[in-house]
Design a protein around this ligand. Structure first.
Ligand code: FAD
Length: 690
């Protein structure tokens, strides 16, 4: 196809979106995704962008809106899936909406023949996601102000609710619970149950699937909808751009946005815009059998980035070449991988999740989470496009049978490329519209790492401590390997002189799009956290950080050590560290010795090696052994920190602390638990867990 008017609009929109983004960023410090919203911006610019949801629904003829509060993309993904299913199965006119794009004071004016869905993730310590903060404050406020004088205020509103949470955190699914409560109080009518997905138990996807079917049934009944055979309709159109090649300067080969494409990336650098940081130094902290742990330092001196001890570094990974090849091959796209395409939203309310024109190769390598777990529902969506009847039947079965899916796919950690290879016995899946993959596969997400350096000591260099992800699985010859950490390992190998790094046989486009990461760089941004040392350096601190959980505490200890070197006094600084063996995976052993030299009695490290004696000793056991002293420190208002494994360690440490308080202070367990809760509420107890 030739360059058509729509293409020009797309190009103009990218430019417009970028300009809007930077002005907005400057004026309000609010960052919006310049490229993802480019098409929406184009539509908005034409229609006059509104924050009035009712107006938006009416002008676009919608009767079902799905709001999402999302931090890592899962809630957003579920919202899109509900929109798609509502349309294809029930003929609803659906649209997905970011909670921060609208006002809520006229929720009361939405008539009874429409429905509003809320897909809400709970983040961190029971907080709303960044994009849901305003909505949450509004709806949970004492008396939210609406436009009409309805009594009750939301008596006309029909809604549906699903929450995404993690039961290892204290405030499990608090967002959906509180929003549901608030809506009920205002007289709104919930359809179906308020669903709750649990990431902690690893059942998020199944919880979602189990919740949505009865919800659809209830909704169909309430609104008098007829279920029909779901027919797939693509959300995105793919246009081949024959006049362009991968060498054309306007083609995105993995550059995240326009300023990167132009070769002059500008801040603010954030979750929508990475800084391509030079790697100053990288080495392995240990390397035993197949376990590797990396220490990597990135230089932020040439950027306007800053950080504080305890913040997180987000790393933007690229997919390994082998998985990119596998995916393109099984779709029959190998020949076309470098062909230039534009992707357009066929629906005015949909957003293209990457900048175009681009190539299939760049989309798959830089923008799609192709190695991630596969959704069961997605397999059902692909069934009609299977290469033969047998694979169609198999996909339908996998999509419909939870246990079968679990045994065949989940336990082997198969990704989408591998599933298609196995199910189709190697036949190409060339009938699947590429749009289905853009819709069905999440956007490649940055990975977070607790910063292990101190900003007092080195404000312009950030270090991270990462263990390379590997899991041996039944029924698979090759272990599962993590996306980001193996990419980091390859970068480390390259920096240390290997011209063609291939950790465990995996290769990466390590010099980045148009070799922009050569010399050697990694895309990153900084996320500020509340995990912080007390502002008073004399306050004692107790830190529990086994394994890579020690990362932020290396930063904390280096910070206090630097203070001592500067002539300041610091309070007792005690670190509980655990690993397998003192000779194997004892992270930063030498640095703790040096800290001791400088800090004397104010620093102490307590170690627990789980594989050195017959008995498995963990940090929580060591903590218990020091009950008396821990309690005394807490009475002196010591800060208590836990970092690392959320599933087991953090919870056990919490319980042990309750026991210590109960025994040492002679108070009942329930009372001790309340004391610990209050410590959390007042930030005396802080967690950085994953
Ligand atoms: P991924 O590819 O993302 O895989 C991670 C896991 O997801 C796998 O082990 C597996 O359980 C599951 N999974 C992935 N694909 C599939 C599949 N196809 N089927 C089934 N299951 C699958 N890590 C550190 O080492 N050091 C730190 O300091 C650190 N700090 C963190 C701080 C925060 C706030 C958070 C949220 C996380 C932190 N992490 C840290 C963890 C880190 O962000 C990454 O999750 C980790 O490095 C693995 O990333 P990866 O891309 O290599 O693995």
């Amino acid at each position: 196809a030739e360059l058509d008017t729509l293409d020009i609009i797309v190009l103009a929109a990218i430019l417009l979106g970028t300009v809007a983004y930077f002005t907005k960023g400057k004026l309000w410090g609010v960052a919006k995704d310049p490229y993802a919203s480019s098409l929406a911006a184009a539509n908005g610019a034409k229609a006059g962008k509104t924050r009035n949801i009712l107006e938006k629904m009416e002008e676009s003829g919608k009767n079902c809106i799905i709001f999402y509060g999302s931090q890592t993309g899962t809630a957003e993904d579920y919202a899109s899936r509900l929109a798609k299913e509502g349309k294809s199965r029930y003929g609803l006119e659906t649209m997905v909406a970011d909670l921060e794009d609208y006002d809520y004071d006229n929720l009361d004016a939405i008539p009874e023949d429409k429905v509003v869905m809320f897909v809400l993730a709970t983040y961190g310590e029971g907080e709303p996601t960044d994009n849901a903060v305003d909505f949450y404050e509004f709806i949970n406020g004492d008396s939210p102000q609406f436009t009409l004088d309805n009594e009750p205020a939301l008596g006309n509103l029909n809604y549906v609710a699903f929450g995404l949470g993690n039961n290892t955190y204290e405030h499990y699914n608090i967002m959906v619970r509180n929003v549901d409560k608030a809506l009920q109080k205002l007289g709104a009518h919930r359809i179906g149950e308020a669903g709750e997905g649990d990431d902690g138990a690893g059942t998020m996807e199944e919880d979602f699937l189990a919740w949505k079917d009865p919800m659809w049934k209830a909704l169909a009944e309430k609104m008098g909808l007829e279920e029909r055979e779901a027919v797939y309709e693509p959300v995105f159109g793919i246009v081949e751009r024959d006049t362009l090649t991968a060498e054309s300067p306007e083609v995105y080969l993995g550059e995240p946005n326009k300023t990167h494409l132009d070769g002059t990336p500008k801040g603010p650098f954030n979750a929508h815009n990475p800084y391509i940081a030079p790697i100053a130094e990288s080495y392995e902290l240990f390397n035993v059998k197949d376990r590797n742990c990396l220490h990597m330092e990135v230089d932020i001196s040439a950027s306007n980035l800053s950080y504080q001890t305890g913040d997180h570094l987000a790393v933007w990974p690229t997919n390994p070449g082998e998985e990119v090849d596998r995916f393109l091959n099984i779709l029959g796209l190998t020949e076309k991988r470098k062909n230039v395409i534009s992707v357009k939203a066929l629906e005015p309310t949909a957003k293209v999740p990457f900048p175009t024109p681009t190539t299939f190769d760049a989309i798959v390598r830089y923008h799609m989470e192709i190695c991630a777990p596969v959704s069961r529902q997605f397999l059902a969506t692909l069934a009609p496009f299977a290469p033969d009847e047998a694979s169609k039947a198999e996909m339908t079965k996998l999509g419909g049978d939870k246990d079968y899916f679990h045994d065949k796919i989940n336990v082997h950690h198969l990704n989408i490329g591998r599933v298609l290879e196995i199910v189709g016995k190697g036949k190409k899946w060339s009938n699947v519209p590429f749009s289905a993959f853009i819709e069905g596969i999440t956007k490649l997400q940055p990975r977070y790492y607790s910063i292990s350096s101190s900003s007092l000591e080195q404000p312009k260099k950030i270090s991270i401590t990462a263990v390379v992800e590997e899991q041996r699985l039944p029924g698979r010859d090759d272990p599962f390997r993590g996306v980001s950490t193996n990419y980091l390992l390859a970068l480390k190998q390259k920096q240390n002189g290997d011209p063609n790094p291939s950790p465990y046989g995996l290769t990466y486009e390590i010099t980045g799009p148009r070799n922009k990461y050569d010399g050697i760089h990694v895309p990153v941004h900084v996320r500020h956290s509340n995990f912080k040392l007390p502002s008073d350096p004399l306050k004692p601190v107790i830190m529990i950080g086994p394994g890579t959980g020690v990362a932020p505490f290396r930063g904390f200890v280096r910070e206090r050590r630097k203070m001592v070197e500067n002539g300041q006094s610091v309070g007792k600084t005690i670190l509980f560290f655990g690993c397998r063996k003192s000779t194997e995976d004892f992270l930063y052993a030498k640095e703790w010795e040096e800290a001791k030299q400088v800090m004397g009695d104010s620093f102490e490290i307590v170690t627990a090696f789980s594989r050195e004696s017959g008995k498995k000793v963990y940090v929580q056991h060591r903590l218990k052994e020091r009950s008396k002293e821990i309690n005394e420190l807490l009475e002196k208002k010591a800060y208590f920190y836990v970092c690392g494994d959320a599933a087991n360690m953090a919870r056990e440490v919490n319980n042990v602390l309750s026991q210590i308080i109960s025994e040492e202070r002679g108070v009942p367990e329930a009372k001790a638990e309340d004391i610990v809760k209050n410590m959390r509420a007042s930030n005396q107890y802080q967690e950085d867990v994953w």
